[in-house]
Design a protein around this ligand. Structure first.
Ligand code: NAD
Length: 420
């Protein structure tokens, strides 16, 4: 029994053990690499609009501090637990190391349903969470960013709360802020844009013509909507399926993604958008398409559907969308399904967050074009390394990606030694 007991944490540990076996890591070093450095749980009492006081549970997990401060998003979701937060923090560690960012992984969040909170209640939860975290975070200790259920506005409240306590503006405490308070041009779109850059790279390798390809995107929030918009408007891919937690839609002629985006901007969700046929959300993942982008929650590709996927490219926009059991099935189908693993596929967010942090520390600005160019250069390097390693060692793209990340953390730990 551990404070991290949870199915998602177990999944992250199982994935790590596969890599540790492949890299032949000594048993003495496995737990040191795998277990989080520290974790915080906080209780947040908040005044609700109806005059009552409600308490929410908040978490923050810092996975390792070997390469620099920790970095990671903040998730507001009803089922959030310490174990899930720890799993997400561990994945952030491998993602940062894979992309050569000077960070350990972190993650945090509050167990709450944002759809049931008014704006003032959301602000109160956000500010109280940051206030409770002040002793544990800082621009050189742990830098927060957005994740599911949080956005630029929540980051602005975090930044303001932290700054008020310090007595001066500290924009570098969070990334994913509005540009008006030190956010970076292109950060909001960075994860989705990175997903599409990598899909185009995979298509290029597989000699697929984007204009003859179709895509299905699960999740229509920050990552999913930007990926769908970019696929349809920039790459010329026909997006035939989209979904969120309220609806799943399919249209073989292609869905008007701009209209869907405008609909969600007004209504908050896809429910009621009528430019496609309503289909079962699980079945949508198994429908024929060239590119499948899970960009919502974890473990949606599992042992019940991995052998039924009919896509050529699986681009993992979400964190942990594919279970280790599904990986075993997909590994057998390596010449049918080209997997772009999450720690590469959705790394655009943390890469541009790194730019935003550097810009904040130096009070410096780059243009959106400079930011996007730099982002694509880093993704290109990581993509090439993964493909090379997977080919050379005859391993899956996920194993290659995680191995590069784990090795970098392991080398840094060996170089620094163990104190005392
Ligand atoms: P978001 O809150 O902006 O959007 C989440 C979307 O998923 C919403 O459309 C929601 O309705 C949908 N959703 C929730 N449950 C669903 C379900 N069961 N089936 C279908 N759709 C469902 O979140 P986001 O920032 O877009 O994050 C999505 C995923 O991408 C998460 O796994 C997150 O960890 C990962 N990610 C996000 C970023 C980022 O920069 N935002 C970076 C890296 C990874």
């Amino acid at each position: 029994m551990s404070i991290y007991d949870d199915a998602v944490f177990k999944m992250a540990c199982d994935q790590f053990q596969v890599i540790a076996d492949y890299l032949n890591i000594d048993q003495n070093h496995r737990d040191r690499l795998m277990m989080p450095k520290r974790a915080m749980a906080v209780t947040l009492p908040v005044h609700m609009d109806d005059g009552s006081t409600k308490t929410f549970q908040g978490y923050r997990v810092q996975h390792h501090l070997t390469l620099g401060p920790t970095k990671g998003g903040t998730r507001f979701a009803p089922s959030l637990s310490m174990g899930e937060t720890a799993a997400l923090a561990m994945w952030m560690s491998w993602k940062c190391a894979l992309n050569n960012l000077p960070y350990g992984g972190a993650k945090g969040g509050v167990a709450c349903d944002v759809t049931k909170l008014s704006r003032s209640e959301l602000e109160a939860v956000s500010r109280r969470y940051m206030q409770e975290m002040i002793p544990f975070v800082g621009p050189h200790t742990d830098i927060m960013g957005p994740d599911m259920g949080t956005n630029e506005q929540v980051m602005a409240w975090f930044m303001d709360t932290y700054s008020v306590y310090q007595g001066y503006a500290v924009p570098e405490i969070v990334t994913g802020k509005p540009v008006s308070i030190g956010g970076t041009e292109g950060r909001r779109e960075s994860t989705g844009r990175g997903v599409v850059y990598l899909i185009e790279r995979a298509m290029d390798m597989l000699k697929m013509n984007p204009e003859k390809c179709t895509a299905i995107v699960q999740g229509f929030g920050n990552v999913g909507s930007v990926a769908a918009l970019s696929l349809s408007l920039k790459s010329g891919v026909k997006v035939v399926g989209i979904s969120d937690h309220t609806a799943a839609l399919y249209n073989p002629k292609g869905i008007d993604i701009k209209a869907a985006d405008a609909y969600v901007a007004t209504h908050g969700v896809l429910k009621g958008f009528d430019k496609g046929d309503r289909v079962d959300a699980h079945e949508l993942l198994e429908m024929k398409c060239d590119v499948l982008v899970p960009a919502a929650v974890d473990r949606v590709i599992n042992d019940t559907n991995a052998d039924k996927l009919k896509c050529r490219i699986l681009a993992e926009g979400a964190n942990g969308p594919t279970t280790p059991e599904a990986d075993l099935l997909l590994n057998k189908r390596w010449d049918e399904v080209f997997v772009i693993p999450d720690i590469l596929c959705n790394a655009g967010g943390v890469i541009v967050s790194y730019f935003e942090w550097v810009q904040g520390l130096q009070s410096y600005l780059w243009t959106e074009t400079e930011v996007t160019d730099k982002l694509f250069r880093i993704l290109e390097h990581s993509f090439t390394q993964i493909i090379k390693r997977a080919k050379a060692d005859k391993v899956s793209h996920r194993t290659a990606a995680m191995a590069i990340g784990v090795e970098r953390v392991m080398k840094a730990k060996a170089a620094r030694g163990l104190f005392p």
